[in-house]
Design a protein around this ligand. Structure first.
Ligand code: ADP
Ligand code: ASP
Ligand code: MG
Length: 420
């Protein structure tokens, strides 16, 4: 039997009318010989509301090991509600449907509460139900540990639930219904001239997602790439039968190599820490970044430069905003051993990146990028590159200007704003 997984994001199930439309879109995919499994997010805004409740109940404390498991119990409930509601909306239009909570499937995860990883999905009962023609509706974002505790997969995690389920069910495709009609050359909310892509390679989408394009959770793209699950991103705001080609995330093809840059991503969730006057000696980087790694802090860009004082250097690196406090404390703790003069942190920075498999075969991408930024007087604080991306760190007030400038410089602008 063929199988298809459809996922509906928060805005797409944001109220009862939208749930009814999602049900109609599901109905349109129904055909003999195809099993349908549906994954839903919580209604938009709901997870934030639940997080806030959890924070308040925990006395305003930052969520930490003492609270994380109960935080998951609270936050996973948003998806439980929509899974039941969509099953009801499907039954209302005379389709056989039932909800399956994460622990009922089960979707087994590790016990990293708040950002758990799926280990495996054992679904003999669910498979039997699909084979009998029942539509299965699953809450995204949630799983269960081997000892029966509820977990969540990190914000945006329903994408990952859907792709993991598609892999486990050996589905033909995983369709991600959302509030945009596909993957764009950049976030259409900040560039009106962004264009919808027909196709994007797994590798490019992985870079785009990990560099800030939140249209798909990074982990979901990783899973899709590893398990070769074709993923289609499309609009949930249309009625069945209306054109809705979306974007296919799939294997790279020669056409993709022809475009130099496929997309531009940005992330404001960045911070910069600068260490001034670090005593220059072999092993210093290993020492500093070893301490940060021990504190489980993920460092991204690193720039090292000569300080004015002899034998001293300056070191700057970037990290997620949420880790700044811990990083500063870790560095202060090691101040004597590391031997540095001063440490500062700046949260008003953003990372802007250009991504494209075409970079492997085209030269001059960095030059075009730097010239476009220079022409707008945007200062580059740090640079990082890989085979298919170049990222720069800029002051966050320039984020949108930088994205727009690069979008034009790489000729990604649609001639007709707002259209694909
Ligand atoms: P959902 O609730 O359906 O999971 P998200 O809000 O997580 O939806 O993701 C969709 C949003 O991703 C869009 O509304 C859009 O603003 C944003 N986005 C960022 N970068 C891109 C991009 N390159 N293409 C499409 N959407 C993007
Ligand atoms: N509801 C969760 C969140 O808001 C998961 C998701 O929507 O993908 O992060
Ligand atoms: Mg999302």
């Amino acid at each position: 039997m063929a199988r298809l997984v459809l996922k509906f994001g928060g805005t797409s199930v944001g109220d009862v009318a939208r749930l009814a439309r999602a049900a109609r879109l599901v109905a349109a995919e129904r055909q003999p010989g195809t099993g349908l499994a549906i994954v839903v997010s919580a209604m938009s805004g709901e997870t934030n509301r639940l997080v806030e409740f959890a924070r308040e109940a925990a006395g305003g404390a930052l969520i930490g090991p003492a609270f994380d498991d109960e935080y998951d119990v609270v936050c996973a409930s948003g998806e439980q509600v929509t899974s039941g509601l969509l099953a009801l909306a499907l039954r209302r239009i005379a389709l056989p449907a039932r909800s399956w909570q994460g622990w009922q499937v089960p979707v087994l995860t590790d016990d990293s509460h708040g950002s758990a990883r799926i280990d495996r999905i054992e679904a003999p009962d669910l498979l039997r139900a699909l084979d009998e023609g029942e539509i299965a509706v699953l809450p995204g974002f949630q799983g269960v540990t081997g000892t029966g505790r509820i977990t969540t997969l990190g914000r945006g995690g329903s994408d990952t639930s859907a792709v993991a389920l598609a892999a486990a069910l050996k589905a033909e495709r995983c369709d991600i219904y959302t509030d945009v009609d596909g993957i764009y050359t950049t976030d259409p909310r900040i560039v009106a001239r962004a264009r919808r892509l027909d196709r994007i390679s797994y590798e490019e989408m992985l870079e785009m997602a990990s560099l800030g394009a939140r249209v798909l959770q990074t982990r979901s793209v990783e899973l899709a790439m590893n398990w070769r699950v074709p993923v289609r991103v499309l609009s949930s705001f249309v009625e069945p039968g209306q054109p809705n080609p979306g974007t296919l995330v799939c294997e790279e093809d020669p056409m993709m190599e022809q475009r130099v840059v496929s997309g531009i991503a940005y992330s404001r969730d960045e911070a910069r820490i600068s260490l001034f006057g670090v005593l220059d000696r072999p092993g210093i980087a290993a020492d500093i970044f070893g301490r940060l790694a021990d504190a489980r802090i993920n460092v991204d860009m690193i720039v090292q430069s000569q300080a004015r004082t002899e034998n001293r250097q300056n070191l700057l690196f970037t990290l997620p905003e949420k880790d700044v406090r811990l990083a500063l404390a870790t560095l202060q703790d090691g101040r004597e051993a590391i031997d540095f003069e001063q440490v500062t942190a700046d949260l008003d920075v953003a990372k802007v990146s250009v991504v494209g498999v075409g970079m492997r075969s085209h030269t001059g991408v960095a030059r075009t990028m730097f010239q476009a930024l220079a022409a707008r007087n945007i200062n580059i604080q740090a640079i990082a590159t890989s085979e298919i991306k170049i990222s720069v760190l800029v002051a966050s007030e320039y984020t949108e200007l930088a994205v727009r400038a690069l979008h034009s410089a790489f000729e990604l602008d649609a001639s007709d704003p707002g259209r694909g």
